[in-house]
Design a protein around this ligand. Structure first.
Ligand SMILES: NC(=O)c1ccc[n+]([C@@H]2O[C@H](COP(=O)([O-])OP(=O)(O)OC[C@H]3O[C@@H](n4cnc5c(N)ncnc54)[C@H](O)[C@@H]3O)[C@@H](O)[C@H]2O)c1
Length: 443
């Protein structure tokens, strides 16, 4: 058997985005030798200069530490990444984007391109690992593509290792996972993947077939989305009956079979994962002949929930034409600069359709938001955002917004009307201060 380099693995991570960069840096932190590859030259140039292309807590520290230790490197091509300074990659992780197509299916063209590239640059047995979220049976397409482009007929395996990290706590999530899921088709691939994750202590390693691992990711994200839509539907019933969704959620969540997490009512889920994975799982199920209608309901509830905020503003302001609405928070959740599929985008579009003027402020995602949203005034801070607003809305529950001086905010706004889409503030306190205050599913 080949010498095993003290259990350390040479890894090439293709795609240096939210998942690839965090996974690559954390795998280096576990002691492996990692080369992160991206075809966006801007990202690689920034990384080589020690500048993080994304906002993610603790990432810069882990990246810098491992670059200094000589375990983490960056390259512009798969070819360079797979043979960086003469070291051959034993495992190539694919962490490129799998965005949604118009019909809801996942666009796997970047995965295909990388698979071709990997096949052309293999010089020995290689494990090709799906890190991106892909529909079940994508492994067969990768296998076919690699076979077709691997002219020397070198041996390889396709494995699945779905990623469950959350933006905002990604480094922690990667290093302290609830579980590690590994789908493999051979003992050789299993042995290598076990070596990769050996340094992670205290998390069960779930070994499955490649297809089951692929399915675990879509099923997990769809289940979490279902939990969010369920509690939002309950919040709607609470609003109509005078019950309080927070009390209901607490009472439900203490049941171990249900669990307390993901039972927070709000304006729905967004981001790069939940909406597209739900769509892709629904689409895939239909393709194989199963109508997974539950997932369609989950999506419909979420679409409706995003507009809850607009409905509440209208209930207070009547006509929106010419009125000014201030949105506190634009990112799809706190502690990230990610604006992809953020509920704020749909909310802003709806407000503008109704003729409202929109002011927005986000502590971190403002620059990304500016690129995506036209006709919005981007404010310096929350108080500037609230200036002369007919209504102030809380969209993303950044910690910074918990500590706002509500009197100062009220003085800036034209009317003391607050629509809280994340149930961040205490209704009694807000009313005591003189705010007309609306929140989700709370009397
Ligand atoms: N963002 C999350 O929280 C999260 C969590 C779990 C899983 N995922 C999944 O991980 C995958 C990646 O998501 P992300 O958020 O990191 O996306 P991202 O857009 O941040 O990163 C993808 C990167 O791949 C690069 N890329 C694309 N094609 C390439 C190619 N041919 N060669 C080299 N690089 C290429 C892009 O330039 C980009 O930097 C998706 O399938 C996503 O569903 C994301």
């Amino acid at each position: 058997m080949r010498k095993q380099n003290n259990g350390k693995v040479n890894i090439c991570m293709v795609g240096a985005g939210y998942v690839g960069l965090v996974s690559g840096a954390c795998l280096a932190e576990l002691g492996h030798r990692v080369v992160c590859v991206d075809n966006d030259p801007r990202k690689i140039t920034l990384l080589k200069k020690g500048v993080m292309p994304i906002y993610e807590d603790d990432l810069e520290r882990v990246v810098k530490k491992n670059v200094q230790a000589g375990r983490l490197h960056f390259a512009n091509s798969v070819k360079e990444g797979m043979h960086y300074k003469g070291h051959r990659a034993e495992a190539v992780f694919i962490a490129v984007g799998t965005p949604p197509r118009e019909d809801g299916s996942a666009d796997l063209s970047a995965i295909e391109r990388v698979s071709e590239d990997v096949a052309r640059n293999m010089t020995d047995y290689t494990v090709i690992v799906e890190k991106s979220t892909v529909p079940v049976a994508t492994c067969h397409w990768i296998e076919k593509t690699v076979k077709r482009n691997n002219k020397k007929h070198l041996p390889f395996d396709v494995a699945s290792n779905p990623e469950f990290l959350r933006e905002g706590t990604a480094v922690w999530d990667f290093l302290k996972p609830d579980r590690v899921v590994i789908g493999v088709a051979s003992k050789q691939a299993e042995e290598l993947m076990r070596r990769v994750y050996k340094p992670i202590k205290g998390a069960p390693i779930v070994i499955t077939s490649v297809k089951s691992a692929e399915l675990i990711k879509h099923a997990s994200n769809s289940f979490l989305s279902t939990k969010i839509s369920f509690i939002n539907a309950v919040a709607n019933v609470c609003e109509k009956t005078g019950a309080n969704v927070e009390d209901v959620a607490r009472g439900m969540g203490l049941d171990k079979r249900i669990g307390a997490s993901f039972l927070k009512a709000g304006i729905g889920f967004g981001g790069f994962c939940f909406p597209k994975d739900l769509e892709a799982f629904y689409w895939l199920s239909a393709q194989v002949g199963y109508d997974f209608e539950l997932l369609k309901n989950v999506k419909d509830i979420n679409e409706g929930q995003k507009l809850w905020l607009v409905k509440k503003i209208e209930e207070e302001l009547w006509n929106l034409e010419g009125k000014t609405v201030a949105l506190l928070g634009l990112a799809f959740k706190p502690e990230t600069d990610d604006m992809r599929f953020a509920p704020s985008i749909d909310i802003i579009n709806e407000l503008k359709k109704r003729g409202a003027k929109v002011r927005g402020y986000d502590p971190v995602s403002q620059e990304n938001a500016r690129k995506m949203l036209k006709g919005v005034y981007f404010a310096r801070d929350a108080y500037d955002c609230a200036k002369d607003a007919d209504c102030v809305c809380l969209v993303t529950e950044w910690t910074e917004f918990s500590g706002l001086d509500m009197k100062k905010l009220m003085a800036a706004a034209k009317h003391p009307i607050m629509v809280d889409g994340r149930n961040l503030y205490d209704p009694a306190k807000m009313r005591e201060l003189g705010w007309t205050y609306k929140s989700v599913g709370r009397p």
